[in-house]
Ligand binder design. Structure first.
Ligand code: X90
Length: 280
């Protein structure tokens, strides 16, 4: 059995150690530039360019044939996508699954709508890697990962929501909250896979406190967490220290937002995926 994990690039994962993996890039477009969200994009340069840029910009999800190509010739594929509520990526992956299974009888693709973005998808992918490596059967992995997805959460702190608002992913009134200098909008991925504001915080220190409080409200008790930042290593480190101070044995990793998540989370943005209580 040849297993493969495929994800769109919103997972912020470029490679995996133990299982064949392929990231399918989304694209970021301005009037003059196109950034393909793969391992070659210079993210700091892109973020700097976008900060100064005043024209129109947007993003595009992969087409079904890009997913098909990524599936390659594997027998059992697990494919994760950003929330279907904010992007067409899941739909494209679902079409690719139909085509792949029709063209290759006996082969299977399990598509997972993460109802989230960034490091929560990262957690799901790392769990899939663990389950596949343990030698579990395809059907059992499908059942296990479905259970796991109920316990993972995403919260975030954003300094600027201009790109989210300009591309219709949040209302302009929500975006305005974070428009004031020094104010961060804290929120979470709702169970429906939308962006749900929960708090406002003034300054990084306060933002980190609120993030940690919110993690605990969602049932975080020192298990696995991934903090993906956009040009904000300081904030990510502060949050990690806070978690470790209360849960010394917690497995907390810091990563970076790749191009798509950086476009929307913008400079200073922190996305935190973690294991907590069951969502429903
Ligand atoms: O199809 C496309 O063009 C991609 C559109 C993606 C839009 C949303 C990206 C969000 C990235 C920002 C904060 C976390 C929000 C999570 C809500 C579920 C990350």
């Amino acid at each position: 059995m040849k297993f493969k994990i495929v994800s769109d690039s919103t997972a912020n994962i470029v490679k995996l150690e133990k299982v064949p993996f392929q990231s399918v890039p989304l694209k970021i477009r301005t009037d003059s530039m196109e950034y393909i969200d793969d391992e070659n994009v210079n993210i700091s340069e892109m973020v700097e360019f976008l900060k100064a840029y005043r024209g129109k910009s947007g993003t595009a999800c992969p087409a079904p044939n890009e997913y098909l190509e990524a599936f390659g010739d594997a027998d059992c594929i697990f494919c994760t996508t950003i929330t279907s509520n904010l992007s067409g990526s899941f739909n494209a992956a679902r079409i690719a699954k139909e085509d792949y299974e029709n063209a290759n009888p006996g082969k299977k693709v399990f598509v997972i709508d993460s109802l989230s973005a960034g490091p929560e998808i990262g957690l799901i992918i790392e769990k899939l890697e663990e389950l596949i490596t343990s030698g579990m059967e395809y059907e059992d992995i499908c059942a296990e990962i479905t259970k796991y997805c109920k316990k993972t959460h995403l919260i975030f702190s954003l300094e600027c929501l201009s790109n989210l608002a300009n591309n219709g992913r949040v209302s302009h009134s929500v975006a305005k909250i974070a428009g004031i200098l020094g104010i961060r909008l804290i929120g979470k991925a709702s169970n429906e896979g939308t962006l749900e504001p929960t708090n406002k915080a003034r300054g990084e220190k306060k933002a980190v406190e609120v993030l940690f409080e919110n993690m605990k409200k969602l049932g975080y008790k020192g298990k696995k967490a991934i903090i993906d930042h956009c040009e904000n290593m300081e904030g990510a480190k502060k949050l990690k220290e806070k978690i470790k101070a209360e849960f010394p044995s917690a497995n907390v990793k810091i990563g970076i937002n790749r191009a798509l998540c950086s476009f929307y989370a913008e400079k200073g943005g922190l996305l935190v995926g973690f294991e907590g209580d069951s969502k429903y």
